[in-house]
Design a protein around this ligand. Structure first.
Ligand SMILES: [Zn+2]
Length: 281
């Protein structure tokens, strides 16, 4: 097993009706926790980082760790750039060896979104990498900032976008939002079903933190094949570290270090089980 193209993971998931978790990481410890969870559950996973997070985890440093981690994993792992905003960053990720990239042109008029997505697809093709696009506006930005504005994806827009671009994965907005939900999300499963019956592309659900187990399962049943989990992992790490420091006046650095790995591992393992990808490696 090794580093793989995201497209093949999603096609397998589509055929067997399960979902691949795309887990956002910010450092080596979280990468180690994610890989440990994937290997223990014999699950394929996607390791990802969003462009907006690169100010904390520089791409030139984090990318080699993600890629080497994937290459040496005992299970298939795709390495993905989440919410690519600039073509320069997307190209840099591809040059470094990412096996898929997302171009997020969801805030642009659809024609411009299509035009830019096609440019990214042409670029990714040279590297044999997959491309995820987005249509409709998912509430808030990846880092939880923004006013929470969201726009449910229209079926005709999703169809037009897919027909004209041929993306490998498509993120849609069905009432999901990034960051922490202020009230329980009300996912529009009717719209999800309409979109998944009109186009055959694997659909992606962003803003997986705070969706219930039933919500996840229903989403997967109706066509979601990649779910992004970021905030839930970051929060579980913070909570665990907080508990560790409150439990003792003297915490050894490496106890803290292992705590980060374990907290990421626990949260990711929990999601792999819900997503149904265990034993699919
Ligand atoms: Zn997202």
């Amino acid at each position: 097993m090794a580093i793989v193209n995201m497209k093949e993971l999603l096609i397998n998931a589509q055929q067997e009706n399960y979902c691949i978790g795309a887990f956002s990481i910010a450092n080596m410890e979280m990468i180690m926790g994610a890989l440990k969870a994937a290997e223990e559950t014999r699950s394929p996973i996607i390791l990802q980082i969003a462009e907006v997070r690169l100010k904390y985890s520089p791409l030139s440093l984090i990318a080699p760790m993600m890629i080497e981690g994937a290459r040496h994993a005992e299970v298939p792992v795709a390495v993905h750039l989440d919410h690519g905003e600039s073509l320069d960053t997307i190209e840099e990720a591809l040059t470094l060896g990412f096996t898929s990239v997302m171009y997020d042109g969801s805030h642009l008029p659809i024609e411009e979104n299509i035009k830019n997505t096609k440019k990214v697809i042409a670029m990714a093709k040279k590297y044999g990498a997959a491309v995820e696009g987005e249509i409709g506006i998912i509430g808030k930005k990846e880092d939880g900032s923004g006013d929470g504005e969201s726009l449910i994806t229209r079926v005709e827009d999703a169809k037009k976008f897919y027909d004209e671009t041929g993306v490998d994965a498509l993120a849609i907005a069905i009432g999901n939002a990034h960051g922490v939900y202020t009230s329980a999300p009300n996912l529009n499963f009717t719209r999800l079903k309409e979109i998944s019956t009109s186009i055959k592309v694997p659909l992606v659900l962003h803003g997986g933190s705070g969706i219930t187990e039933e919500g996840f399962k229903e989403s997967i049943e109706y066509g979601i094949k990649k779910i992004n989990v970021a905030t839930a992992t970051f929060n579980s790490v913070v909570k665990s570290v907080d508990k560790l420091f409150k439990s003792s006046n003297t915490v050894d650095y490496f106890t803290y270090h292992n705590n980060v790995i374990e907290a990421a591992y626990e949260n990711i393992k929990k999601h792999i089980k819900i997503f149904g990808s265990y034993n699919k490696a």
